[in-house]
Design a protein around this ligand. Structure first.
Ligand SMILES: [Zn+2]
Length: 355
């Protein structure tokens, strides 16, 4: 007996290792069959007059769902939100944060709003009141227009256009000859925040507000729109689908068009697991060359580069997107971007370039 005790003791760590290893869920490889994950140095912006300016699609990601989609002198901004915070009350835009982000991008020809939760619209008023943006139109739901009416500024409300007809295209004017932007909205619904199907703050804003919104409860979701953006320069054209609200295609088949063969899908990450068929079914319809993941940083912390809430399963979503490579021969790349950095008198950094 005395001789076997050290032997048994030596086996304990071995048994423990076997037990722990066998009870862990097996980890999947980062890349699926048919894909390679590359991490490479990001690009800086191509500025006016530089080679490729009017033939390269440039995508700035300012965090959450705020993107600048630029082709030469034509540009569209999605969901202005750069004031990273979530509060019950005093939920207001930070002018300093707006100045050093939206104040430094090329002035857009149009702003489009997916829905009216604060993390998609909080900085719209601050952006639209910048002097350089005096002619910029904004397009969104009736609820979005009613929310922005709260500041009671006719110079803003006259530039807010409500979308009422799903599938009816509109063309904001561009300031450069030979350029054209056509945007088609597709009515959708917000992805459920919870597996049981619950979506928070899911009301509508049915009449114009008479005071600026300031509580998180003022930012009700309202009607929800995805957008197909066709952007053309004299040299090239691109189709971008802003999938700001993926939803069950069995229930809402017209929320994503079929057989469009887009160049880029901006794909939202939060609540992906609560939408049946997402992303495979949605990408199966859109057949993109590129997918750009979005809205996976935290909007609850001041640091826009922080991860956290809303929680996103980026490895799982990345593998699900890679799995569509085999059924979509057009697929070239999945991009998981860093937030675009805008410093005074320097080129924007972390810009995605699509050729
Ligand atoms: Zn939302």
């Amino acid at each position: 007996m005395k001789r076997t005790t050290p032997f048994v003791c030596a086996l304990v760590p071995v048994f423990s290792w076997v037990l722990v290893t066998c009870t862990q869920t097996p980890k999947k490889m980062p890349a699926v069959d048919g894909a390679i994950i590359e991490v490479r140095r990001s690009d800086s912006a191509i500025d006016v007059g530089e080679p490729g300016f009017d033939s390269t699609l440039q995508l700035y990601w300012l965090g959450t769902a705020c993107h600048l989609i630029q082709l030469g002198h034509a540009q569209v901004l999605t969901d202005p939100f750069v004031t990273n915070r979530l509060r019950l009350n005093n939920l207001v835009s930070d002018p300093a944060r707006v100045d050093v982000t939206l104040g430094r991008i090329p002035v857009p020809d149009a702003v489009i709003i997916n829905h009216s939760h604060h993390d998609h619209i909080l900085d719209a008023y601050g952006a639209m009141t910048q002097s350089a943006w005096a002619n910029v139109p904004l397009y969104g739901s009736v609820s979005a227009k009613n929310l922005l009416a709260g500041w009671q500024q006719p110079s803003i409300t006259t530039r807010c256009h409500e979308i009422t007809v799903s599938g009816q295209a509109f063309s904001p004017s561009t300031n450069a000859p030979g350029y054209r932007i056509t945007i088609t909205p597709y009515l959708s619904k917000h992805a459920p925040h919870l597996k049981c199907g619950l979506t928070f703050l899911n009301g509508k804003i049915t009449s114009p507000r008479t005071s600026p919104p300031s509580s998180v409860f003022d930012f009700q979701c309202g009607e929800v729109y995805n957008y197909l953006i066709d952007i053309r320069s004299p040299a090239k054209s691109f189709k971008v689908f802003y999938l700001g609200a993926p939803y069950d295609l069995e229930e809402l088949p017209n929320s994503v068009p079929d057989n469009v063969a887009v160049d880029v899908v901006l794909a939202l990450a939060p609540s992906a697991g609560n939408v049946p068929g997402y992303p495979q079914q949605h990408l199966g319809r859109l057949k993109p060359r590129h997918v750009v993941l979005s809205h996976f940083n935290s909007f609850t912390k001041e640091d826009p580069d922080a991860m956290g809430m809303p929680k996103s399963d980026i490895p799982g979503l990345s593998r699900a997107i890679q799995s569509t490579f085999s059924s979509n021969p057009r697929f070239e790349k999945l991009h998981i971007p860093a937030i675009t950095i805008l410093e005074p008198n320097k080129k924007a950094r972390n810009v995605i370039q699509i050729h």
